[in-house]
Design a protein around this ligand. Structure first.
Ligand SMILES: [Zn+2]
Length: 926
């Protein structure tokens, strides 16, 4: 007998699959899907697992639907992170050693070699491939490459030639995120914290303090008229520094930052924050104001000192109020200067009091600040004595005036903190000169991308706004780095192309990756790629025959159908790739669709390797089996929803697969004649096939599993109950086993492959034809009858529990004809508010009076409770309830072990019988 043995199924299938998923152009229609390739610097966890398993389920589904499917994979090793890791391992950094030795389980002898960054990426690329294979990913591994292969570099050079010639690569002066330890700009992938941080341009308002300046950074220079004081922290040691030759008092952190932003900075002396408190400063636009103490002042935010506008800034308002409640500085009053609809004279006070905030540490303060900022910017106007202009105009005017006359300068700072590099160093804003940029700010380039986005299939549809917003908001992108692995920048070979800029059109490279290797890199000129990808002929092309084969591969596979990735890549990678595609490829080769994933949680908390909150994919596969891991990841949430890995739930998934397996093994040889209930089973099966198919066409893996796994399991349970005594299943069961195995094959391919063999199916289940529903076998009336019966059985069971006595008999009392009339009228009506009045216009109903109105109300409630798939057919035609129950009498008596009577409610003497409604008979247990 064939036991459920996932480990054995995995071994068997791996052998059969070794070259099975290598995919070549054919006469079949193609389906090309791909997923953001991994950066192999650590072990895969179950969150990564879902990223690659969702596309695999989709790939397997379409393969069974008869398409030629391509699912390729490669490894992204460009950039600096792995260099940082190797340096940290070389200097035996305990955190890094712990991560790699204990969490990723790298053997010590391998770890010793990690001082060479290439060893790290090669090691984990191999590991990734091994674990992906163990998970049953149906990848064409012939096309695997890593992004520092010389052949790939030639391809990147070709890509950049096109970007450059289109005018998208520029050199300029820009503020960028920068790590001073790595001496390199910092990309999204290089960040430990603050990956959404944006560089914001502040105005430094220069307050006069004796012969020196105290600068404060603001986004709202127009509020200078409402400044009542500055805030300084008494606990911070400030410095007096010569900035471009003038004396400034700033935090030490600010001094370092200004130096990175084109200022000369020379620190002269230290000044204790407490020495500044109660001193006064002045500005021509607000006069003389005092410096007050505040603990919220962060020396790591801009200049380290803050100007206070309590009338319009909630933080300032509360900080001042707190001091005044201690009896200090009571002479200071907020100075309002902006009128804005919806707020009183002092908007900050209004907002704080309305929200009931009593404490400056309240987490709602940020949101409140933002709210006032937006309201005043969009609708606010300065008071007449300050010029009366709208805020949006006054802001720029005042900033210009300050820059021109009052010594103000610009300072760049992040909108969120902290921003931390992978190396552990705090990231700062640096103004780079001679930096190369991709000009994503170019409105014409943006428009090309926007136009193409209109034609793309985006899943789920809600992400469309996020893509539109990203395209709109994208600024120029620093696209080269000094340090790291990757392709040299063709116009300045001291620079390398950074990771988010060399990973945008490699989906095209996959189509030829296994063939291009046959040509030596030195022959791979841009003309070669122009021929393969664009069909441009030029003289002296090498190896024309090979190039023609590659051209055919590209033309067959491209454009790709769907790209899969996590949602945090919308703001960079997923949008960048569209920018690059529209520049390089003709319209008919542009991407067709994208599917965006939610994030993974582990026991309710965000999965994060650096925080140690991960469960390794390989451990999961070893502990539970690959099919269980797959089914859990696909069934616990739809791909775009966040999912939560919990071991106890995973165990129940494993049991579910085992039940499925045992059921198929038991039922596969059923050969009996069909009974009445078989027609129901077959009818239901057609619908499960249909709904599973539709769900998978829409990437709804969870919905598909609900139908194909739970749905069929529940049906079989009912089917077995309904079989006449002493009967086994019929030959319809054997058919169901074949269908069921194929429906689940994309999710649990190992178990399915084994069962397919047991079922004597032809070839591999991975290529078996996907089941097709036969609409002619769907019988809505039979389904409705069984639904009525099963609902009534449930009702009887719950009543039995409630009354807690041993019944002697059960009477099912059926609703009279006139109630069916009412039910049908209501179910058919489009206006349920007036339908009762309509019904009562009928003479016969009028005669029934109260009884009829009550029944109408009860029917309305019942119709609301019943699912639409029941109400729909009932509205067309009522069920012959008497026939249903009379033919199920033997079944009911077997179920409950007592005589079961079926009566009409109107002939029954029992008071309860009056409760009978259509589709809900009265039940009398005696
Ligand atoms: Zn760094």
């Amino acid at each position: 007998m064939s036991e459920f043995d996932p480990g054995r199924f995995e071994e068997e299938a791996q052998e059969k699959w070794e070259h099975a998923f290598e995919s070549n152009p054919s006469d079949l229609e193609k389906y090309y899907l791909n997923v953001a390739f991994p950066y192999p610097s650590g072990a895969m966890h179950v969150g990564h697992g879902r990223t690659y398993i969702v596309p695999d389920v989709v790939a397997r589904f379409w393969r069974m639907r008869g398409k030629q499917v391509l699912y390729p994979m490669a490894f992204h090793v460009t950039g600096a992170p792995v260099i940082g890791i190797s340096k940290r391992i070389a200097r035996k950094d305990p955190k890094t050693i712990h991560l790699y030795r204990d969490l990723y389980k790298v053997p010590q002898n391998v770890l010793d070699e990690f001082v060479d960054p290439l060893t790290i990426v090669n090691h984990f690329a191999r590991e990734y491939q091994r674990v992906m294979t163990a998970c049953g990913l149906s990848i064409d591994w012939r096309r695997r490459f890593i992004t520092i292969d010389p052949t790939y570099s030639r391809f990147i050079e070709w890509q950049w030639k096109h970007l450059y010639e289109a005018g998208h690569v520029i050199k300029g002066v820009h503020p960028v995120r920068y790590c001073t330890v790595d001496d390199n700009p910092v990309g999204d992938h290089d960040l430990l914290e603050g990956d959404k941080a944006e560089v914001i341009k502040f105005t430094l308002v220069m307050f006069r303090y004796g012969t020196a300046f105290i600068p404060t950074a603001t986004l709202r220079p127009e509020t200078i008229h409402g400044v009542t004081n500055l805030w300084a922290s008494p606990d911070v040691t400030y410095v007096k520094a010569l900035v471009d030759g003038k004396a400034w008092i700033i935090s030490r952190e600010a001094a370092e930052k200004l130096e990175l932003q084109d200022h000369t900075v020379e620190i002269k002396e230290e000044i204790s924050g407490s020495d500044l408190i109660d001193k006064t400063v002045s500005h021509p636009l607000c006069g003389e104001v005092p410096i007050l103490p505040a603990n919220f002042v962060d020396p790591d935010m801009a200049s380290g000192m803050v100007m206070s506008v309590p009338a319009h800034a909630p933080f300032d308002y509360i900080a001042l109020r707190d001091l005044q409640q201690q009896g200090k500085y009571t002479q200071i009053k907020p100075i309002p200067l902006i009128k804005v609809e919806g707020y009183g004279e002092v908007p900050a006070q209004d907002a704080v009091e309305r929200a009931g905030i009593t404490n400056q540490m309240d987490t709602r303060m940020e949101a409140l600040t933002q709210e006032i900022y937006s309201a005043e910017f969009s609708k606010g106007k300065l008071f007449p004595e300050y010029g009366g202009k709208p805020v949006r105009v006054a802001r720029d005017d005042v900033a210009a005036l300050m820059n021109e006359k009052y010594d103000s300068v610009v300072m760049y700072e992040f909108d969120v903190r902290p921003v931390v590099c992978r190396c552990g160093n705090k990231v700062k804003v640096k103004i780079l000169h001679d930096q190369w940029f991709l000009k994503y700010s170019d409105p014409e380039w943006k428009k090309e991308v926007s136009d193409h986005l209109q034609d793309m299939a985006l899943v789920p549809p809600e992400v469309r706004v996020e893509f539109d917003r990203t395209v709109d908001w994208l600024k120029d992108w620093a696209c080269t780095r000094r340090v790291g692995l990757g392709t040299r920048f063709p116009w300045d070979t001291t620079q390398l192309i950074e990771p988010l800029s060399d990973s945008t059109v490699y989906m095209a490279y996959y189509t030829i990756a296994h063939k291009i290797r046959e040509i030596e890199p030195k022959y791979l000129t841009p003309e070669v790629f122009d021929y393969i990808f664009l069909g441009k002929k030029s003289p002296d092309l090498p190896e024309r025959k090979k190039l023609d084969v590659m051209r055919q591969e590209f033309l067959y596979w491209y454009p790709y159908n769907f790209r899969f990735s996590a949602k945090d890549l919308i703001s960079n990678h997923l949008t960048f790739q569209l920018f690059h595609h529209v520049t390089i490829f003709p319209k008919d080769k542009l991407p067709l669709g994208m599917v965006v994933f939610g994030m993974g949680l582990l026991n309710g908390a965000k999965m994060s390797s650096s925080k140690g909150n991960v469960f390794l994919l390989e451990d999961a596969v070893n502990e539970f089996g690959a099919d269980t891991v797959r089914m859990f990841l696909m069934g616990s949430a739809e791909p775009w929803q966040d999912f939560d890995w919990r071991n106890e739930l995973v165990i129940s998934t494993k049991k579910q697969i085992e039940r499925f397996y045992n059921t198929v093994i038991d039922a596969k040889d059923a050969r009996g004649e069909p009974h009445d209930i078989d027609r129901w089973l077959v009818s239901r099966l057609q619908e499960h096939i249909e709904r599973t198919t539709t769900a998978l066409e829409n990437f709804q893996t969870r919905q598909a599993l609900q139908e194909s796994s739970f749905g069929i399991e529940v049906d079989l349970k009912w089917y077995r109950r309904r079989l006449p005594e002493g009967c086994d299943g019929s030959r319809e069961l054997a058919t169901l086993c074949s269908v069921w195995t194929r429906l689940l094959a994309p999710f649990i391919p190992f178990t399915a492959e084994h069962l397919w063999h047991e079922l004597a199916g032809e070839g591999l289940v991975s290529f078996a034809p996907w089941p097709v529903a036969d609409r002619s076998l769907v019988n809505a009336r039979i389904e409705l009858a069984e639904e009525l019966l099963s609902r009534t059985v449930e009702d009887i069971e719950s009543i039995k529990k409630l009354i807690q006595l041993t019944p002697k008999s059960i009477t099912i009392s059926l609703a009279p004809e006139w109630k069916h009339e009412i039910f049908t009228t209501i179910a058919r009506s489009t206006d349920r508010n007036t339908v009762i009045k309509e019904i009562m216009k009928d003479d016969a109903m009028k005669k029934r009076g109260r009884e009829a109105t009550d029944a109408a109300k009860q029917c309305t409630t019942l119709i609301h409770r019943l699912p639409p798939h029941i109400v729909g057919p009932l509205a067309q035609e009522p069920v012959n309830e008497r026939l249903v129950f009379e033919s199920a009498q033997a079944f009911l008596e077997k179920e409950f072990g007592v005589p079961v009577h079926i009566t009409g409610a109107e002939t029954s003497g029992h008071a309860k019988a009056a409760m009978a409604l259509p589709f809900k008979p009265a039940i009398i247990i005696e």
